[in-house]
Design a protein around this ligand. Structure first.
Ligand code: HSE
Length: 307
């Protein structure tokens, strides 16, 4: 059995605008890097190799709780050491906690000689999301592990469907403000109007069909969220301006990435994706808010063992 491995865990865009908690997509950039080692005593050691100062107490660390849940299931004398080099900023809305959780679960499974099914790996990884956001959701975890686009039809019982990913470009802007997923969930209304639910169902079905048929126009017009975005967008300065100007620059559509504050847009060509990036940069320069951007593509492989 290999005793030490290096893992690359991709960033993800959850929700894909209309599919709150049920759709997600993996990105080729950014990625976290994790080095994991099997220990012959039942403990978890976390070593941070970045500037984010995340907790190293395994009970308070996303990767830590995932590894502890695996050890609880195994009931034997192994443990794990994990060095985490995060490039996906915590609180960015591009699946930082999911990358740690999914990377830890996939890495541990590999070190243990692939004992677990992919559903079990997702279940373990969801313990990390529960710690990070207070709720088990798999719309970052599943695409992070599997790559491409995932539909989470149900988490009780787990029913995850991989959807063929179109060859689209993804532009992401991360304004440097922090929106905690737990806060962004708390402000949501607990009830929706039937007319809004009907419109949202139409969009989700349209988006999935658009991906299956590679119908760009259908994807574009289905990227509409009448339930979550009107509430959450107030937490993101410049959101409406970014969205309307990106559409003006030719992007197919987009919206809040996960619970924000990042905003993503899908485009059909590299030229449109980079014009979209310029629009995003201009808006945040104008607002005097620091930001990062990524112009990337859909990651089709998910978490990879790279060494
Ligand atoms: N579906 C989750 C939410 C994703 O929007 O709260 C969080 O990244």
């Amino acid at each position: 059995m290999t005793n030490q491995i290096t893992i690359r865990a991709p960033g993800t865009v959850a929700n894909l605008v209309c599919g709150f908690d049920i759709l997600g997509m993996a990105l080729d950039e950014p990625n976290d890097i994790m080095r994991m080692r099997l220990l012959d005593e039942p403990k978890v050691v976390i070593i941070n190799r970045d500037e984010f100062n995340l907790p190293t107490d395994p009970l308070k660390n996303v990767a830590g709780v995932v590894l502890l849940s695996i050890m609880e299931k195994l009931q034997n004398n192994v443990g794990f050491e994990v060095e985490i080099e995060k490039h996906i900023k915590p609180g960015s809305g591009i699946g930082s906690s999911a990358a740690s959780a999914a990377g830890a679960a996939v890495g541990a499974n590999h070190l243990l000689g692939n004992k677990f099914t992919s559903d079990e790996i997702v279940q373990f990884a969801m313990n990390g999301e529960k710690l990070a956001s207070g709720v088990k959701h798999a719309d970052n975890i599943a695409p992070c592990i599997l790559g491409g686009i995932s539909l989470i039809r149900s988490i009780h019982p787990l029913d995850i469907i991989s959807i063929p990913s179109p060859d689209l470009y993804v532009t992401v802007v991360h304004p440097q403000i922090e929106v905690r997923t737990s806060d962004a969930r708390q402000i949501l209304r607990k009830q929706v109007l039937l007319k809004d639910a009907i419109r949202q169902w139409g969009n989700i079905a349209g988006l999935v069909t658009g991906f299956l048929k590679n119908d760009h126009a259908l994807i574009g017009r289905s990227l509409e969220d009448v339930i979550i975005e009107p509430v959450r967008s107030i937490l993101i300065p410049g959101f409406d301006e970014v969205k309307s100007k990106c559409l003006g620059a030719g992007a197919l559509g987009g919206g809040i990435s996960g619970s924000g504050p990042s905003v993503f847009m899908l485009s059909t060509t590299a030229a449109i994706a980079s014009a979209t990036e310029k629009v995003m940069m201009n808006v945040y320069e104008g607002l005097g808010i620091a930001y990062n951007t990524y112009v990337t593509t859909i990651n089709k492989k998910g978490v990879e063992i790279i060494d």
